[in-house]
Design a protein around this ligand. Sequence first.
Ligand code: FES
Length: 201
Amino acid sequence: MLSLTIDGKKVEAEAGWTLLDTARQYGIEIPTLCYHEAVEPFGACRLCVVELRQGNASRLVASCVYPAEEGLEVHTASEKVNNVRRWILEMLMSECPASQEIKEMAAQYGVETTRFEINDPEQECILCGLCVRACAQVVGANAISTVGRGAQKEIGSPYLVPGDACVACGTCVTVCPTGAMRARFERVRGVPSVVMARSVK
Ligand code: FES
């Protein structure tokens, strides 16, 4: 077992656990968006950021992908961490302003508005790719992927060509942290192989 501290509390972790795994074992809450325990973590949204301190040095890491290590001093809610989380949430509010889930999470951190430009007021998807990974790793369907580039990036059937890989299981809807896949499913009434989340009105 590895010994470390989280928020001043001595904790133990098994080799292979991440900092998020370890914190959750001890009931220490760290907010996440692109993480789901059934899916390999990817570290896309960075909302799970925590601070590692060593002497006067400090750095920020994404707890869902950073491994627990012997002797680490981890802080999950320091001023530095909360400032970065607020900044991330502001960014997300500008990228997907239509997501109620993001608004609610931002409000918990006192973020009510964003200073950043809003390009699409109806956007809900943060392109974290959790739906894509769940479809591949949990369902084994590979029915959706990230397609397009830059501002045109979206989640859809590969090459945006409708196919028969989608089994309409709704896993993508279940894992989506912003409600984007639910909204899309409602629009198309769950019709298989037309699941798309971004830039689709
Ligand atoms: Fe860790 Fe998104 S939850 S990076």
